[in-house]
Structures are given as structure tokens and as C-alpha cells.
Write a protein that binds this ligand. Structure first.
Ligand SMILES: Nc1ncnc2c1ncn2[C@@H]1O[C@H](CO)[C@@H](NC(=O)[C@@H](N)CO)[C@H]1O
Length: 147
């Protein structure tokens, strides 16, 4: 999984059109979302992650906790983002990974939102611009590290 982490004054999105045949079902409330003072995590789940999705969730969680601790962010916005990799996992695996990541972040005490999966979305982001405000992290299942 490839992640772009942006420490932000806010991230807000609005769902536009379907981007895949079967996007995640959403209710009216989920068509828009916003969090202030947030660590935005744009995440591309990759084909290699299909080997062990649960392990990748835990590794991504560890990286997010590390960065959130450094920038003192208590809120995390998980944003499905298919543009950080040229070798994406199939949608059903990707959605499952991102749902599990959302749940594990909540278990760890973060306030969490996750943007809807499978849609084109408009978004606005206000990056804080400090030295740790823009970071990337890549995590893969253990056996895949040195391939
Ligand atoms: N492997 C994957 N990892 C993360 N997200 C993935 C994915 N496969 C599909 N998606 C979701 O479906 C939309 C179309 O690719 C994606 N939409 C987006 O990436 C929006 N920024 C619009 O482009 C995303 O919601």
C-alpha cells in the first residue's frame, strides 16, 4: 500500500460520479464530509497487498500512528486514492483493507473519517506546510519486502 500523508487544517470532499461499476453503497450523509485539524491519508492499495491484507493493515496503522504522533494529529482521514500506484489491488480487496484500517485507527483512539470508495470526488485540502506536513510511506506484506 502506498500512502501520501498530509497534515492539514482541513480536508473536505463531495462525491461526484461513480468511478467503478460497483462503488461502495453510501447514504446521503456520506456524500459530503469534512474534518478539521486532520492527518489526511491518501491510500492506494496494491496488488502485492493481496498476499496478506491483514498484515498490510497493521503495517499501515503503525506508520500512521508514527506520523500522527510526530505531528500531534488526533484525527485521521482515510481517503481511497487510486493514483499512487500503477499496480492496484482489485476493488473488493482494497475496500476491505481500507475499512479495516479505519476500524483499527478508531480502536487506537483516533477520530476517523473515510471517504467513500469507488467514486470521483471533489476535494479541498489545506496543507499546513511545516516540515513534516507532507510525507509518503509504502508498506508491503513481509514476504514481499525484498522481491
Ligand atoms: N486499489 C485501490 N486503492 C484505493 N482506492 C481504489 C483502489 N481501486 C479502486 N479504488 C477506488 O475506486 C476509484 C476508482 O479507481 C478510486 N477513486 C479515486 O481514486 C478518486 N480520487 C477519483 O479518482 C477509489 O475510490
Amino acid at each position: 500500500m502506498r500512502m501520501l500523508l498530509i497534515h492539514s487544517d482541513y480536508l473536505e470532499y463531495e462525491v461526484r460520479d461513480k468511478a467503478i461499476k460497483n462503488p461502495e453503497p453510501i447514504n446521503e450523509e456520506q456524500r459530503k464530509g469534512r474534518l478539521d485539524e486532520v492527518l489526511a491519508v491518501f491510500a492506494s492499495v496494491e496488488k502485492v497487498d493481496e498476499v496478506n491484507p491483514d498484515e498490510v493493515v497493521e503495517k499501515a496503522l503503525a506508520e500512521i500512528k508514527d506520523v500522527a504522533g510526530q505531528v500531534k494529529a488526533e484525527r485521521v482521514f482515510v481517503y481511497p486514492f487510486a493514483h499512487l500506484s500503477s499496480d492496484l489491488a482489485k476493488p473488493d480487496v482494497a475496500l476491505d483493507v481500507l475499512r479495516k484500517l479505519e476500524e483499527r485507527l478508531k480502536e487506537e483512539g483516533f477520530e476517523v473519517r473515510r471517504a467513500p470508495f469507488g467514486y470521483y470526488k471533489a476535494f479541498r485540502l489545506s496543507c499546513k506546510g511545516h516540515p513534516l506536513a507532507e510525507l509518503s510511506r509504502t508498506v508491503v506484506p513481509e514476504g514481499e519486502v525484498n522481491k
